[in-house]
Design a protein. Sequence first.
Length: 252
Amino acid sequence: MTTEKADWSKAAMTLEITTLNLEEIGSPHASAVLLQHFDSEEALKAFYWAIPTQAEREQFLLVCATYRYMVKEGDWVSTVNNESRVIDYLTNSNKLMAIFALIESLSNVKHIEFYDWLKLQGTFPIESKKSLNELHQKYKVEHGSIKKVVKFFEQLTTDHQAKLCGLLTKHRQPMENIKKLAQFLYDMRSKFAHECKPAVSIHSNDHIQYQGKDLVLVKITIADIMEAFELGLIAHFRAAPPTAPTPPGSAA
């Protein structure tokens, strides 16, 4: 079975990862979602070939393809009453959930169940409910999903982190740090995932939302979160090995 060599500038192909040559399918997706952050196609190609290993390059392309289909160019369409229309707060909620799922998929933090983690701590018997709660909080810090999310956003430049924090204000002050912002967004994602409460706050208009007893002015939109994910994705895979792999067809 043969496949024609795909050009990076052509429209995206189908999301079928059945061919052995993943670059032919994946490269148009990478171009479609990340080219705006590079000076040229050649710069994006150079970035791709600087990713140290084949496994990491494959992961990069798969993430780009999934992100394109589920977020960048993917909308949740309702067909209620035989209509076909995008409902903003639902499509944004699904995009938010997909973005955080992709962030978690990029983490190399090994998952461990709480009970197995407790056994490793040698803390039995646990004397009280308070002690159990304290251990659970420590477990979430070390192995919880939020740790993966915070680490991802911490890869952004200091200026971009400050920009994002400024889009969430409490008592007219920006969110304290990127960790607090990541937690705020992740809580929004979790309410949709576990309670089916749409993330209405990330629409195009400013929105007031409670954080505990405090009111937070939410100016961040799904477009801001998408941009942060794209830049974080580039930062995650950016590498400068001593000798970068040579792209096929390049001169020796």
